[in-house]
Design a protein around this ligand. Structure first.
Ligand code: C5P
Length: 240
């Protein structure tokens, strides 16, 4: 059972290319949630300096979804570690050698730089892909089986966990055991709009299913008062 306090379970997705807004939100939310998630859009626009501008007291989930030959991914991990990410994503479909190279690079670089080792998360099958899409790229479906296959590979090769959708939590928890991190987007409080998320769970439901960390964007960033929305979510988690 994950004993992490409710506040630290929540990473807020800062899906904006607007650096000033991202920095403002990150500062305002730093005492309220566990951290922020920044992804490829933000990183491509603002780079490491942009990441430093939005990280302070809170945690950092660097969602860059690396996928390349092992040597290149190892180099990308070495470059990312000094930014101090708590969580860093790698495509599990990159294969065993690439995943092992990423794990080794994270451990070595964190030791050399004297920073905490980021926890590496595998990306399994993007939720934008269905069974036909897998066939189109020559992968064996159905999606649920490919998710399990890639989660098992991530675990075998030493990754700390995977990102998964709400409806995959229970099966992956059974498959991968209690210590494998499950980080889950597609989370909606009962009082928030679903937006374009098709299959959602509330924060409390996701934790009850076995999620370790929740990625929540628009219910917080799109609220009239983002701090109040985040506080409400954390309070609800504490009561569940
Ligand atoms: O605003 P919202 O809460 O829907 O944001 C969810 C975040 O999680 C976004 O950054 C989105 O890209 C990410 N994500 C997702 N579904 C996935 C993988 C990542 O919503 N399957």
């Amino acid at each position: 059972m994950n004993q992490t306090p409710p506040k630290d379970r929540v990473f807020v997705a800062l899906d904006t290319p607007d650096l000033a807004r991202a920095a403002h939100l990150a500062t305002a939310l730093s005492e309220v949630v566990g951290g922020i998630k920044v992804g490829k859009e933000f990183f491509t626009a603002h780079g490491p300096a942009g990441v430093r501008a939005v990280t302070g007291a809170g945690g950092l989930f660097l969602d860059l979804k690396f996928h390349d030959i092992p040597n290149t991914v190892a180099g990308a991990v070495r470059a990312a570690v000094p930014l101090g990410p708590d969580l860093l994503t790698i495509h599990a479909a990159g294969g065993p050698a690439m995943l092992r190279a990423a794990v080794a690079a994270a451990a070595e670089t964190a030791g050399d730089a004297d920073v905490p080792r980021p926890r590496l998360l595998g990306i399994t099958v993007l939720t934008s892909l269905d069974d036909d899409d897998l066939t189109a790229v020559g992968q064996h479906g159905p999606v649920t089986e490919q998710v399990r296959r890639l989660a098992a590979l991530a675990q075998e090769t030493g990754l700390d966990g995977v990102v998964c959708s709400p409806h995959e939590i229970a099966a992956l928890r059974r498959l991968c055991g209690p210590d494998f991190l499950l980080v889950v987007p597609g989370i909606r409080p009962a009082w928030a709009a679903a937006d374009d998320q098709k299959r959602v769970l509330t924060p409390a439901q996701a934790l009850a299913e076995g999620a370790d960390y929740l990625v929540i964007g628009r219910p917080i960033t799109g609220a009239a008062d983002p701090v109040a929305a985040a506080q409400r979510i954390v309070a609800e988690l504490g009561e569940s």
